[in-house]
Write a protein that binds this ligand. Structure first.
Ligand code: SF4
Length: 351
């Protein structure tokens, strides 16, 4: 039995740090089930020589059971650097595909479920092909949070942090060539404005994340009304934070106390800040880790509905089933993987 997993700890942590995020979820009966399943998951992971990793937006119990919790590119890089032959990846499908693209054949990647993503679902490969036919010299720049097939069709991959830099780089190295930026229209608009290149040269795809739509255009303003002394922390990971990001990057004055940070930077920033309250502008799963690591500070979701149902499709029960039965393995055909890898590598050399 894995004695590092205790009912008292989990029951206390889940309710203290995530009780408001997932009301009525962490009953004593359910936490007891999670503890039993979690112990079996640990034991099977050891037997199968698997490393379990979880995205920041996963349920608290999956963050607890994982060896590493982080953002999608960070997790993929860590998966590539570790030596175990198997990874159980708790995140959405495109993240598992990114990990598989980076690790190749040397590591098997399994996922507890097959969760989609509304941002990825907004991509129509036929439209990309049609754009390319009209613009044979055109350059396609895709967000890292896309499926492997889209990455394989792309000249450059970008993250939300380096998008403007990649757009500028592409424009400088291929003067006068048209570009298609996809899929997130908000990230595209911000990157275009920041890069300062001729907007006539860039076509922005009109994709968006449904969590962003649930949060609404005015979530930041409403959260600041409730917590006027709070700092705003934006996690540049998913489409859900795009509108918050766009307002802050546009330099609107009421967002002077807004910071655009990676997970680790967020924790370090909140720890060092004299401020006691923070509004977190991203999917609310992120709050569990922040609250757990810094219990003396207060972290509020930018909106109570900032929850991605796709991320929450993964559960401890499904992870256990995956480890028992090797159910859902991520595989990408070699040609697609090779092209997607080349686009990712191009990005990594620009950073
Ligand atoms: S938060 Fe949005 S972009 Fe991120 S996985 Fe969920 S649907 Fe996709």
């Amino acid at each position: 039995m894995d004695s590092s997993i205790s009912f008292d700890d989990w029951y206390d942590r889940f309710n203290r740090f995530a009780g408001d995020l997932y009301p009525d979820r962490y009953t004593p009966e359910f936490v007891r089930e999670l503890v039993d399943q979690g112990r079996e998951v640990r034991s099977l992971a050891a037997q199968k020589n698997s490393v379990i990793v979880a995205h920041n937006y996963q349920y608290p119990e999956l963050q607890e059971i994982a060896e590493t919790v982080g953002d999608s590119l960070g997790l993929s890089k860590q998966v590539a650097e570790q030596s175990k032959p198997r990874v159980d990846f708790c995140g959405v499908w495109f993240m598992g595909e990114t990990a598989k693209t980076i690790v190749g054949d040397k590591v098997k990647v399994y996922m507890p479920d097959h969760p989609g993503c509304s941002l990825v679902a907004s991509i129509d490969h036929g439209r990309i092909r049609a754009w390319k036919e009209h613009n044979p010299d055109g350059l396609i720049i895709s967000y890292i949070n896309t499926d492997a097939k889209t990455k394989a069709m792309s000249d450059y991959i970008c993250t939300s942090r380096n998008a403007a830099k990649i757009v500028s780089h592409a424009a400088a190295h291929h003067p006068g060539r048209r570009m298609l930026f996809l899929p997130d229209k908000y990230l595209g608009a911000v990157s275009l404005a920041q890069s300062g290149i001729d907007p006539e040269l860039v076509d922005l795809y009109d994709g968006a994340c449904h969590v962003h739509a649930k949060i609404g255009e005015f979530a930041l303003e409403q959260a600041l009304d409730l917590y006027p002394d709070a700092e705003i922390l934006i996690h540049p990971e998913c489409g859900c934070a795009s509108t918050c990001l766009a307002k802050i990057m546009a330099g609107e004055s009421e967002y002077q106390n807004a910071y655009y940070l990676s997970t680790d930077q967020m924790i370090r920033h909140a720890e060092a800040s004299p401020v006691k309250e923070f509004i977190v502008g991203t999917e609310s799963g992120m709050l569990y880790r922040l609250r757990k690591e810094l219990p003396e500070k207060k972290f509020y979701p930018v909106h109570p509905d900032a929850v991605c149902e796709y991320m929450k499709m993964n559960t401890m029960e499904k992870l256990l089933d995956s480890l028992r039965n090797d159910r859902i393995e991520v595989n990408i055909d070699p040609e697609t993987r090779q092209k997607a890898q080349a686009a990712i590598d191009r990005m990594l050399t620009i950073q």
